[in-house]
Ligand binder design. Structure first.
Ligand code: 3PG
Length: 311
């Protein structure tokens, strides 16, 4: 029997699933970072979402740790280099939430192009503006994906039936064209995209990458969907391109700073400007967050831990 510490909220099915592969879990979603640092030395396994950064400090105390399992996709809270030095195995579960993410992403596209949220609010207030709420179709548009991992691929597959062209650029992946998607250069993304959807991880290369210059390289005025990470897209830049018209609309499931109660003065100003725009649709980082994915993430993680044979 090996021991594993769970420091974030997860679906309750994780405990019996782990027991079946001889892992005894301590489920401590309320645990503070200070407590984690105190007790992590006792565990062979750590299961996390995004509550705390798994950095050099934490890893230096994790003397018995054999694996870290991320209940979700993003690994941006983990010092991957340091885990490699310490031979700690890393698992994540994008296979568990890619379908939820892709459905949410396409829901946001349809909503943005058809002004569903805006017209809903208007009708509830007694307004009946049909012309002002005329929509655009996905059919015939070119959807440009930046990043073609699990999430990008799931979005491309689900877009198939909408009659749009799906093109994708991934700096680290080549030769992935197939029936749902056309691999293109970044230049072609800038040249041809109508709707841009971001599916890249957060790291030092992508932080604040989608800035004003980036938007201005697009030939057309575009719509934007961000279901990846907020830190890749600074809100000051976003507000500028919304104002200039380069961006026709933006749907964001993630924000630069998602702790809305703790924004500094500048962040508050940027957020308020964004939230006041009728061209903007916001959801609270729920893209991969379905009832189904809550359980599926556990199944994927447990099967990966089992297959790695860390015992
Ligand atoms: C992910 O990376 O899987 C999603 O963004 C969800 O992240 P969370 O588990 O930190 O809520």
């Amino acid at each position: 029997m090996i021991h594993c510490l769970i420091i974030d909220e997860m679906h309750e099915s994780i405990i019996p699933m782990l027991e079946r592969i001889s892992v005894k879990a301590d489920y401590r979603p309320e645990i503070s970072r200070a407590e984690i640092l105190n007790i992590i030395g006792n565990y062979e396994g750590l299961i996390i979402r995004s509550k705390t950064s798994v950095d050099k400090e934490l890893l230096s105390r994790a003397v018995k740790l054999k694996f870290i399992a991320r209940a979700g996709a993003g690994m941006d809270q983990i010092d991957v280099e340091e885990t490699e030095k310490k031979n700690i195995l890393l698992f994540n579960a994008p296979e568990g939430n890619r379908d939820a993410l892709a459905e949410h992403c396409i829901g946001m596209m349809l909503n943005l192009l058809n002004k569903i949220c805006i017209s809903d609010m208007q009708v509830k207030k007694g307004m009946w503006d049909r012309e002002g709420n005329r929509g655009y179709e996905l059919k015939g548009k070119t959807v440009g994906l930046i990043g073609y991992g699990f999430m990008g691929r799931a979005v491309a597959e689900k877009l198939k039936s909408f009659g749009c062209r799906v093109i994708a650029y991934d700096k680290y992946l080549k030769k992935f064209s197939y029936e749902y998607v056309e691999e293109v250069s970044l230049e072609e993304i800038f040249e041809e995209t109508d709707i841009l959807s971001l599916h890249i991880p957060l790291n030092e290369e992508t932080r604040r990458m989608i800035n004003e210059d980036y938007f201005n390289r697009f030939k057309k005025n575009i719509w934007l969907i961000n279901t990846a990470r907020g830190e890749i897209l600074p809100l000051d830049a976003l507000n500028k391109v919304l104002k200039s018209g380069k961006l026709r609309g933006a749907a964001l499931d993630v924000l630069e700073n998602e702790k809305l109660k703790d924004l500094n003065v500048q962040e508050r100003k940027n957020f308020d400007e964004l939230a006041a725009s009728e061209k903007v649709l916001l959801t609270p980082h729920v893209g991969g967050w379905s009832f189904e994915s809550y359980v599926r993430i556990n199944e994927i993680l447990v099967s990966k831990i089992k297959a790695a044979n860390v015992f």
